[in-house]
Design a protein around this ligand. Structure first.
Ligand code: BGC
Length: 756
C-alpha cells in the first residue's frame, strides 16, 4: 500500500481538528481507510500487527532507543544512530524533560515525550502541581484518591506536551532508610499494588502511558547501580513481584521500568527470569520494558532477556540499542523476531492507551482545580497517630504557637527525579544540597497562614525553633503548641530515621514547657520519635504536596476528620531493622556488594509479627475524630480455579460526627501453610460514614494472597487447614475474628486471572 495518501490524510486530519463534527467523522473514516491500524473497531493486537508490517528495519530500531534531554545530548556522536540527526532530536526533545524517542510521521507514530514522575510533571523549567508523596497517598487506603491524582498529573503531562509518564513507583518498603520510600506505596504487596494501580489508571485515563517501576526489588539507594539483591524466587514472587503482578493486572500500564540493581547477580534490565519468564510469560504482560536511565549494560543479553527499549541515552555507557543492536541483528545474535517483539510491545502501549489516536497538544492548565485535587488527596491521607485527651481538633483554642520547619512558609517535598517545581516558586530557597538530588523543595503552602484562615478568632504565631529557650518560653503562654519536624529524603541516598539537627530537643523543650504539644511530622518514610510519650498528639503528613499546608490546617482545626492509616510500620529502634547496618553503607562509592534479603517475603509488619517486635506505630494505624464499630465478619471459602475467600463485614460510625473508616482484613494461616509470617493483609475498604450510619462490605480475597509459591512446579499452593480471618482498624487493633477452613489447592502461576 502506498503511504502517501496516509500522510496527506493525517495532515488533513490535523488541520481539520477545529472543523465541523461531520467533516471530522468523514475525515476519520478516510484516515482509517488508508491507515487501517487507526480503526478503533479492531483489536489492539490486530492494529499493531498491521502497523508493524509497514515498518522498515531502521524505523523499528528508532523506536527502541530513547534519548535523555539536556546538554548531554549535544555531546555524543550522531553516527551511533545512523540515519538520525542529533540536531533533530535536540530540536524536538522538550527541554528539562526525562527523555524523547522520535516518532515516524509517515505512519502516524507519534514521538514519545517522557516526563517524570509519580507526584506530577517534573521539569525545572515548568512549575506544575505536586500531589502528596506516593507514600502519603497510599496512606489514604483509597485507590480512588490515587486515581484522581493520576488523572490530574496525567492531564498536566498532556497539556505540557508529554505522552509518556514515568509514574507508578511501587517498590515495597523493605528498607526503612531507603531515600526513595516516599516515591513508593508502602510495605504490603496488596496495598502497594492497589494504590499504585489507582495512579496508573488515572494517568492512562487521559491517554498518557504510565510506567510501573522500578522492577524489581530496588529497595535502597546506597549502591543502587552496583548491588545485587539476593532473594529466593518464591520470596520474590510473594513480595515485591506480587505487588507488581497485582498492580499490572489492576491497571494495565503501557510500560514497566526495569531497575538499576542486580537481582541474584543479574542486572534487572538483562534478567531473563524477571523480564521474560515472570513478567511476559507468566503474567502475560503485553506492554514494553524500558530501562531506567543508565541501567543498561549490554546489547545481546539485554535484548534477548526481554528489554524492549533503552532509555535516556547517553546515561548508559554505550548506544546498546543503537548501533550495537544494528550489529547484533546483522550477525544474528539478536533475532529479527526479537526486534519485532520490542516494537510490537511499544506500539501496543501507544495504541492501547490511546496515545496514537489522541496526539498531545500543549495547553493551559487549570492550576486552581489541580491544586484542589492535591489538597483533597492530602486531606484523605494525613495520619493522626496519637491524640491523647482529644487535644485535637483545635477548635476553641485562643492562643496557638507554631514552631519549626518553615511552617510559616510551606511544606517539604522529596528530592531527585520526582521533585516537582512548585507553582509560585520554592518557598524556602538556598538550602543544601543545591545541586542534584536537590534543590530542596518546600511547596509554598504555609500551614501558619492556612491555620490563621481556618481559625480567625485565635491568635496564632510562629517561631523558627532555632532558639530552644525562646521556643520553650513562648510555649508556656500558649494554649496549644504545634511543633513541625521534618526529614528530607531523595533519590540517590538513604536516610537516618533520627531527625537531624536539634529537632528532637526542640520537641522535648516545648513539650516540657507545655503539655498540650502536637507534633506534625513531614518525612519521606518512618522516623524515630524518642519524645512520643512526652507529647499529646502526633500527625504524620509525609510530604503532603502542593496544598499540604492547607490540608494540615484543616485536619488540625477539625474541618476535616483525619482518615489516613499507615501504609508502613514505624520501627521503634534500629534493633528492629532486618539489617542493623545499611548494606553497603560502609563501602566506598561504586563498590559492588550483595544484599541478602534473608527476611524473604516477611516485609514490614510481617517481619514485626514474626519477630514479636512492638513497633513505634504499627502498620494500618490511624485515628479519627469519631469512632467506628467493626463487626458482622463472615468468611466463606469459594471453590474454583484458585480457591477464594468471600468476606463480609459491617462498619458503623458510632461517634459524634461524620468520618471515614478503613476496614482492614488480615488472614492468619496455620503453620503448615508455610507462610513467610503469621499474617497477611488480604483486603481492605474505606467508607465514608455519616454519624450513626452502618454499611456492609463484601470483598473477595485473591487466591495468591492465601498461597505460597512453589518454585519446582511454578504453582501457587494453598494449604488445606483452618485459617483465622481478622477484621480491624489497624494491624494491632483487631476487633473481631472468625475461622474458616480451606480445602487447599494448587493452581498454575501462569496467567492467574484477576479477581473480578
Ligand atoms: C530514576 C527514574 C526516573 C529516571 C528518568 C532515574 O534516575 O531512577 O525513576 O524515571 O531517572 O528521570
Amino acid at each position: 500500500m502506498s503511504l502517501q495518501p496516509l500522510r496527506a490524510a493525517l495532515l488533513l486530519s490535523a488541520s481539520l481538528l477545529a472543523a465541523s463534527p461531520l467533516m471530522v467523522v468523514a475525515q476519520n473514516a478516510y484516515a482509517e481507510a488508508v491507515a487501517p491500524w487507526m480503526d478503533r473497531t479492531l483489536s489492539t493486537d490486530q492494529r499493531v500487527a498491521m502497523l508493524l508490517a509497514q515498518m522498515t528495519a531502521e524505523e523499528k530500531r528508532l523506536l527502541v532507543f530513547g534519548y535523555a534531554s539536556g546538554d548531554q545530548l549535544t555531546q555524543f556522536d550522531p553516527s551511533v544512530i545512523p540515519g538520525l540527526n542529533t540536531k533533530e532530536v535536540v530540536a524536538n526533545v522538550i527541554p528539562g524533560s526525562a527523555g524523547y524517542i522520535p516518532g515516524i510521521p509517515r505512519l502516524g507514530i507519534p514521538a514519545q515525550f517522557q516526563t517524570d514522575a509519580s507526584m506530577g510533571v517534573r521539569n525545572h523549567l515548568m512549575p506544575r502541581t505536586s500531589l502528596p508523596s506516593s507514600l502519603a497517598t497510599a496512606a489514604s487506603w483509597d485507590p480512588q484518591v490515587t486515581e484522581a491524582g493520576g488523572r490530574m498529573i496525567g492531564t498536566e503531562a498532556r497539556l505540557s506536551g508529554f505522552n509518556i509518564m514515568l509514574a507508578g513507583g511501587i517498590n515495597l518498603l523493605r528498607e526503612p532508610r531507603n531515600g526513595r520510600n516516599f516515591e513508593y506505596t508502602g510495605e504490603d504487596p496488596l496495598l502497594a499494588a492497589e494504590m499504585g494501580a489507582g495512579l496508573i489508571r488515572g494517568v492512562q485515563s487521559v491517554h498518557v502511558v504510565s510506567t510501573v517501576k522500578h522492577f524489581s526489588i530496588n529497595a535502597q539507594e546506597t549502591g543502587r547501580t552496583t548491588l545485587s539483591a539476593q532473594i529466593s524466587e518464591p520470596a520474590l514472587r510473594m513480595s515485591d513481584n506480587l505487588a507488581f503482578e497485582l498492580a499490572i493486572e489492576r491497571s494495565s500500564p503501557g510500560s514497566v521500568m526495569c531497575s538499576y540493581n542486580k537481582i541474584n547477580d543479574v542486572h534487572a534490565c538483562e534478567n531473563e527470569a524477571l523480564l521474560t519468564d515472570t513478567l511476559k510469560r507468566d503474567w502475560g504482560y503485553k506492554g514494553y520494558v524500558m530501562s531506567d536511565w543508565g541501567a543498561v549494560h549490554s546489547t545481546v543479553q539485554a535484548a534477548n532477556a526481554g528489554l524492549d527499549q533503552q532509555s535516556g541515552f547517553p546515561f548508559d555507557k554505550q548506544a546498546y540499542f543503537g548501533e550495537g543492536l544494528k550489529r547484533a541483528l546483522l550477525d544474528g545474535s539478536v533475532p529479527a523476531s526479537r526486534l519485532d517483539d520490542m516494537v510490537r510491545r511499544i506500539l501496543w502501549a501507544l495504541i492501547d492507551k490511546g496515545v496514537m489516536a489522541n496526539p498531545v497538544a500543549k495547553g493551559e492548565i487549570d492550576f486552581e482545580a489541580h491544586h484542589r485535587v492535591a489538597q483533597t488527596a492530602a486531606e484523605d491521607s494525613l495520619v493522626l497517630l496519637k491524640n491523647d485527651k482529644a487535644l485535637l481538633p483545635l477548635s476553641g483554642r485562643k492562643q496557638i504557637l507554631l514552631v519549626g520547619s518553615y511552617a510559616d512558609k510551606g511544606v517539604l517535598a522529596g528530592g531527585g527525579s520526582s521533585s516537582v517545581s512548585p507553582v509560585g516558586g520554592n518557598a524556602v530557597t538556598g538550602l543544601e544540597p543545591k545541586g542534584w538530588p536537590g534543590p530542596v523543595v518546600w511547596q509554598p503552602s504555609s500551614p501558619l497562614k492556612a491555620l490563621q484562615a481556618q481559625l480567625p478568632k485565635a491568635r496564632i504565631s510562629y517561631l523558627s525553633g532555632d532558639d530552644l529557650n525562646a521556643a520553650a518560653r513562648a510555649a508556656r503562654s500558649a494554649d496549644v503548641v504545634i511543633v513541625f519536624v521534618h526529614q528530607w529524603a531523595g533519590e540517590g541516598f538513604d536516610v537516618s530515621l533520627d531527625l537531624n539537627g536539634q529537632q528532637d530537643e526542640l520537641v522535648r523543650a516545648v513539650a516540657k514547657a507545655n503539655p498540650n504539644t502536637v507534633v506534625v511530622v513531614e518525612s519521606g518514610g518512618p522516623v524515630f520519635m524518642p519524645w512520643k510519650d512526652e507529647v499529646r498528639a502526633i500527625l504524620s503528613a509525609f510530604y503532603p504536596g502542593a496544598r499540604g499546608g492547607a490540608a494540615i490546617a484543616r485536619v488540625l482545626s477539625g474541618k476535616v476528620n483525619p482518615s489516613g492509616h499507615l501504609p508502613l510500620t514505624f520501627p521503634a529502634s534500629e534493633a528492629q531493622f532486618v539489617h542493623q547496618d545499611l548494606p553497603g553503607g560502609d563501602l566506598p562509592p561504586n563498590s559492588s556488594f550483595t544484599v541478602r534479603y534473608t527476611e524473604g517475603a516477611a516485609v514490614g509488619y510481617k517481619w514485626f509479627d514474626l519477630k514479636g517486635y512492638t513497633p513505634l506505630f504499627a502498620f494500618g494505624q490511624g485515628l479519627s475524630y469519631t469512632t467506628f464499630r467493626m463487626d458482622g465478619l463472615k468468611a466463606q471459602a469459594v471453590a474454583g480455579a484458585g480457591e477464594r475467600l468471600a468476606i463480609d463485614f459491617t462498619l458503623s460510625n458510632t461517634g459524634a460526627r461524620e468520618g471515614k473508616a478503613v476496614g482492614q482484613v488480615y488472614v492468619a494461616a496455620p503453620k503448615s501453610a508455610g507462610w513467610e509470617a503469621p499474617r497477611r493483609l488480604v483486603g481492605f475498604r474505606k467508607l465514608s460514614l455519616s454519624k450513626g450510619q452502618s454499611q456492609t462490605v463484601s470483598l473477595t480475597v485473591d487466591p495468591r494472597l492465601l498461597a505460597v509459591y512453589d518454585e519446582a512446579t511454578s504453582e501457587w499452593v494453598i494449604a488445606p487447614g483452618t485459617y483465622e480471618v481478622q477484621l480491624g482498624a489497624a494491624s494491632d487493633d483487631i476487633r473481631t475474628r472468625v475461622k474458616v477452613t480451606l480445602a487447599g489447592q494448587r493452581f498454575a502461576a501462569r496467567q492467574v486471572k484477576a479477581v473480578p
